[in-house]
Ligand binder design. Structure first.
Ligand SMILES: Cc1ncc(COP(=O)(O)O)c(C=O)c1O
Length: 377
C-alpha cells in the first residue's frame, strides 16, 4: 500500500529525545523548545515565536489575542480546516466566509472588501497547500480598515511571499507541526507574534494566566495569576523530535519539492490537453511542496479516480468539505456574496501521496497509475 502520508523522520529524533529525558526536563519551555523557538524567529524574521500544542491552539492564542467584543466579525475562507474557524468562534467572533480563487484555492482578495462591515475586526488568510495568499492586497485592506491579520500558515512553513516568510507578514502567523505537515512532532504548532505589543499578553495567555515568564527572566519577584489564560506549552520531548527536523529543514523541503516537480512535469501535458488542472504558483510565491493536487472535471471523475487508485493500493484523498454549508458553519457564520468557486472547486480536487523520502518506486507507481487513468479520459 502506498500511503497518502508518512510522518517525517530524519534519524536524529531519538538522540534528542533521549537528551531531553536525561536532562530531566520534558515539560514546556525546556532547552529544545527554546532552540525551536529561536530557530523559527531567526529563520522567518519574527520578533517572537512560541511552540504550542497544535496548529489549532496556535490559532486559539491568536484569536484570543485579537480581543474580540460581542458582535465582532472575522473574514475567512470557507475552504479550510475546521480549526481555522473554531478558534474564532471560541474567542466570541462571528464568521464571515468569502469565496476562494479557483487558481490557488486561497481566499479571493478581490472579494474581501465587499464583506467588510462596521463589525469586522480581523481577516484570516489561509495559505492553502503552502502557496501564499495575495498578501499585499490583504495587508492594504487591513490597514485601510484597521483590521488584525491572522495568517493560518499551518501548511506553509518555509514558504515565502515576495521574499517574506509566510506567517511573518500579518499580526500573527500560525504553524502546524502535526504528523501530516512538512515538519512534525506528532501534534504541535507555533505562533509567530509579529508585533512586540502582543508579546507580554501572549506569554501570560500561554502560561495559565500567570506572569511566570517574567518571573523566570527576573523581572518580577514572584509570579501571580494576572489574567485569564490556558496551557499552550508543548512538551520538550516533542520539541526534541521537531528539532531534529528543523536542523535539516532545507533538505526536507528540497526532497518534497523534487516529488512535487516530478508530478508536475509528467501531468502538465494532461493539463495542456484540458483533461485536468494543476496547482498554480503565482509570481512572487515560493512554495514548500506541502501538497500536490489535481483537479478533475467533476466530482464523479474525481471519486472514480480515487477508487481506481485504491484498487491499485495507492491512497489518494480529497480535501475540505466547505465550512459554510457544514452544520457548525451554518450556526456560526454566513457566506458573503456568491459561492462561485468554493464548493465547485473543492469537489474536483484530489491530493496525491507526497511525503519526505517517498520511495522512488512508489512515486513512479503513483505516476504510472495516474497516467493510465488519465489516458482513458
Ligand atoms: C489550514 C489548517 N489550519 C489549521 C490546522 C490545524 O493544525 P493542527 O492539526 O496542528 O491542530 C490545519 C491542520 O490540519 C490546517 O491544515
Amino acid at each position: 500500500m502506498i500511503h497518502f502520508n508518512v510522518p517525517p523522520f530524519v534519524g536524529t529524533e531519538f538522540k534528542y529525545m533521549r537528551e531531553a529525558v536525561e536532562n530531566h526536563k520534558i515539560c514546556g519551555d525546556g532547552p529544545f523548545t527554546k532552540k525551536c523557538d529561536e530557530w523559527i524567529e531567526e529563520r522567518f524574521s519574527t520578533p517572537k515565536a512560541m511552540l504550542t500544542t497544535s496548529g489549532s491552539t496556535a490559532l486559539d492564542m491568536a484569536a484570543l489575542l485579537c480581543g474580540f467584543k460581542p458582535g465582532d466579525e472575522v473574514i475567512l475562507p470557507s475552504y479550510t480546516f475546521s480549526s481555522t474557524a473554531n478558534s474564532f468562534v471560541l474567542a466570541g467572533a462571528k464568521l464571515v466566509f468569502v469565496d476562494i480563487r479557483p487558481d490557488t484555492m486561497n481566499i479571493d482578495e478581490k472579494k474581501i472588501e465587499q464583506a467588510i462591515t462596521e463589525h469586522t475586526r480581523a481577516i484570516v488568510p489561509v495559505h492553502y497547500a503552502g502557496v501564499a495568499c495575495e498578501m499585499d492586497t490583504i495587508m492594504d485592506i487591513a490597514k485601510k480598515y484597521n483590521l488584525i491579520v491572522v495568517e493560518d500558515a499551518a501548511q506553509a512553513v518555509m514558504s515565502t511571499y515576495k521574499g517574506k516568510a509566510l506567517g511573518s507578514i500579518g499580526d500573527f502567523g500560525c504553524f502546524s507541526f502535526h504528523e501530516t505537515k512538512n515538519y512534525s512532532m506528532g501534534e504541535g504548532g507555533a505562533i509567530l507574534i509579529n508585533y512586540e505589543k502582543y508579546i507580554e499578553r501572549a506569554e501570560i495567555l500561554r502560561e495559565k494566566g500567570t506572569n511566570r515568564s517574567q518571573f523566570f527572566r527576573g523581572q518580577v519577584a514572584k509570579y501571580n495569576w494576572v489574567d485569564f489564560g490556558d496551557s499552550y506549552l508543548q512538551s520538550d520531548l516533542n520539541a526534541a523530535y521537531l528539532w531534529a527536523q528543523l536542523q535539516v529543514a532545507d533538505e526536507i523541503n528540497d526532497n518534497r519539492l523534487s516529488t512535487w516537480n516530478a508530478y508536475y512535469e509528467v501531468f502538465k501535458e494532461y493539463e495542456s490537453e484540458g483533461i485536468i488542472e494543476l496547482p498554480v504558483i503565482p509570481d512572487g510565491c515560493v512554495h514548500n511542496a506541502h501538497m500536490f493536487y489535481i483537479k478533475f472535471k467533476n466530482l464523479e471523475t474525481r471519486q472514480d479516480y480515487i477508487r481506481f487508485m485504491k484498487e491499485n493500493d495507492i491512497l489518494c484523498v480529497f480535501h475540505y468539505v466547505p465550512l459554510h454549508s457544514a452544520p457548525a458553519g451554518l450556526k456560526f457564520g454566513r457566506f458573503d456574496g456568491i459561492d462561485e468557486y468554493t464548493t465547485k472547486e473543492s469537489e474536483r480536487l484530489v491530493r496525491l501521496p507526497l511525503y519526505y523520502n517517498i520511495a522512488s518506486e512508489d512515486r513512479a507507481k503513483v505516476i504510472e497509475k495516474t497516467k493510465e487513468y488519465l489516458n482513458r479520459l
